[in-house]
Design a binder for this molecule. Structure first.
Ligand code: NOJ
Ligand code: CA
Length: 567
């Protein structure tokens, strides 16, 4: 790093230039040199749905503050709050009309400061969502931009003439249905929006946009925020020549001809912007998490940057789309682990069907939820949980188009039901509205709240919640789980996914039955240096193996066995 700064510069100047970076590298690391976010467990909070403190039916910041003890006890180190900034709420906050304030429905800046201070007392860091690709059409930048072709902010967005009368500038499509171009009769041009028309894309080729957006991050860092989750980062840049996207066979879920988003996604320019954004983050020892929808591990790797100078935590969202089988998971995780970066694992979030529902077979649902926790919370990398996952919350989709709140569900019904199902209120108790609100919840509370809620599960040692707590607490106390090597075992087993995590003298064995039948895998760990290994079980569900010499592990359907291995 020093070398890069010093080329041809006098020594005093090079030291001066390098100082902020060196300071950032030294800050926030543990004795072994690990930055704080490598050992942290992150937890995503959808603020509308977490806890309502003023009983208007919508969750809020004070609601989150009131649940910090729960999160601490669960084993959470950092919370990522999805957008809580002023917004017309067309996309429930992902249409930001002011980046440096709090939407009154969630509280105010004072409430935010209290949340950060209370979180800090519990050693919980606060991460905000940074909607980098677009603003709301009600943001003052866009209001000015659309006011005239010569407005100061005109070039902050992507305005173009149509190809001809009533013809869009090109064939790009909005991922939320219809075209990506919206005509403005006032200035007789179209503006580009990859998402809803109320979410015009910012023009990141304009340096003024970059400066203003970087200042937004500084504002929050100074208020105690420890990093950002970058929304829709794949779509930051578009081909300035507006080349049409290739058309593919078939139609999409909105009935439009399919296109390959070659010219408006993952353009190389993204990386330069991310490097500059990272320099700002480094000044504050902050972490950048990416909403990185990649098709392969090579693309994921690109997001770390050539010298790990872009995103520290690009999410592996491919994991949420794998076929549920031991060989598929083994192959994918092996490739991500070997890619060279620090993996970031996610099994569910506010845009995809909850993992509980995705993997459920209707018979072993809780066991499967525990098995998935036993899996991704023991991998080498940083996990990002989603609220309610730890109590086995399932998707509860709207039953009719009239019930839908998410606009994409209204447009795409019934093929696309929208994302309401994964955003229902957190289930705190078995009582009215699951203890989320005394008012009318903005989305209905699922019927499963009667059995799957924090209050009930806290009293049950066999609950999904109890299992999550055990695994999270083991993870915290085990250097092997926190940073040890990942070593796949029994690599041709079609049903059982097993691996070791190893750090110095500590070795942990993780055995996961990813099938609906009983399994009895055997292990030969000679190659790993154990000719006669002994085991001591640490965490289990639906599995048996006597402590002592390692022979067979017996696993019921979807059983989990986690044990310490000694010579
Ligand atoms: C990704 C967010 O996670 C999603 O909820 C949102 O609708 C789009 N980006 C647009 O901001
Ligand atoms: Ca409220």
């Amino acid at each position: 790093m020093l070398k890069k700064f010093c080329l041809g510069a006098p020594l005093f100047l090079c030291l001066l230039l390098a100082a902020p970076t060196l300071r950032a590298q030294g800050k926030g690391k543990d004795a072994a040199g690990h930055p704080w976010w490598q050992h942290a467990v992150f937890y995503e909070i959808y603020p509308r749905s977490f806890m309502d403190s003023n009983n208007d039916g919508i969750g809020d910041l004070n609601g989150i503050t009131s649940k910090l003890d729960y999160l601490k006890d669960l084993g959470v180190d950092a919370i990522w709050i999805t957008p809580c900034f002023p917004s017309p709420q067309v996309d429930f906050g992902y249409d930001v009309s002011d980046y440096v304030d709090i939407d009154p429905m969630y509280g105010n800046l004072a409430n935010f400061d209290t949340l950060v201070a209370e979180a800090k007392k519990r050693s919980i860091k606060v991460i905000l969502d940074f909607v980098v690709n677009h603003t709301s059409d009600e943001h003052r930048w866009f209001l000015d931009s659309k006011s005239s072709k010569t407005a100061a902010h005109r070039d902050w967005y992507i305005w173009r003439d149509g190809k001809g009368p009533n013809q869009h500038p090109n064939n790009w499509l909005s991922t939320f249905g219809l075209s990506a171009w919206q005509y403005d009769p006032n200035t007789k041009q179209y503006y580009y929006h990859y998402f809803y028309p109320e979410q015009p894309d910012l023009n990141w080729r304009n340096p003024a946009v970059e400066r203003a957006m970087f200042d937004v991050t500084r504002f929050w860092y100074k208020r105690g925020v420890s990093g950002f989750r970058l929304d829709a980062v794949d779509t930051l840049f578009e081909d300035p020549n507006l080349t049409d996207n290739p058309v593919a066979p078939g139609t999409d879920k909105f009935g439009r001809p399919k296109t390959i988003e070659k010219n408006n996604k993952k353009l190389p320019e993204i990386h330069q912007s991310l490097q500059r954004l990272r320099s700002v983050a480094d000044e504050y020892d902050a972490v950048l998490i990416g909403e990185t929808w990649t098709q392969n591990v090579a693309q994921l790797k690109d997001y770390y940057g050539e010298s790990n100078n872009e995103l520290q935590l690009p999410m592996d969202l491919m994991l949420t789309d794998l076929n549920f089988s031991a060989p598929v998971f083994r192959e994918h995780i092996g490739a991500v682990d070997a890619a060279g970066g620090w993996p970031t694992y996610v099994i569910t979030n506010h845009d995809i069907v909850r993992s509980y529902t995705r993997y459920a077979d209707g018979v072993h649902d809780d066991s499967i939820a525990k098995m998935m926790a036993g899996l991704y919370l023991t991998l080498r990398g940083t996990p990002i949980m989603y609220y309610g996952e730890e109590i086995g919350m399932k998707n509860t989709d709207p039953e009719s188009k009239e019930q839908v709140k998410d606009p994409i569900g209204k447009l795409g019904w019934p093929l696309e039901k929208g994302r309401d199902g994964e955003r229902t209120p957190m289930q705190w108790t078995s009582g009215a509205n699951a203890g989320f609100t005394k008012g009318t919840p903005w989305l209905p509370v699922p019927p499963t709240a009667k059995t799957h809620n924090v209050e009930t599960e806290s009293k049950d040692p066999n609950s999904v919640l109890a299992f999550y707590k055990q695994v999270l607490s083991l993870r915290k106390s085990s250097p092997a789980l926190l940073e040890g090597k990942y070593i796949a075992l029994n690599e041709s087993d079609p049903n059982v996914y097993a691996y070791l995590r190893q750090n110095g003298n500590e070795t942990i064995l993780i055995v996961l039955n990813m099938s609906a039948t009983k399994q009895e895998p055997k292990f030969d760990l000679t190659k790993q240096g154990f000719s006669a290994p002994n085991t001591k079980a640490l965490v289990q569900n639906s599995s048996k193996a006597p402590d002592g010499p390692l022979k067979t592990v017996t696993l019921d359907p979807y059983g989990v066995y986690i044990a310490k291995i000694t010579k």
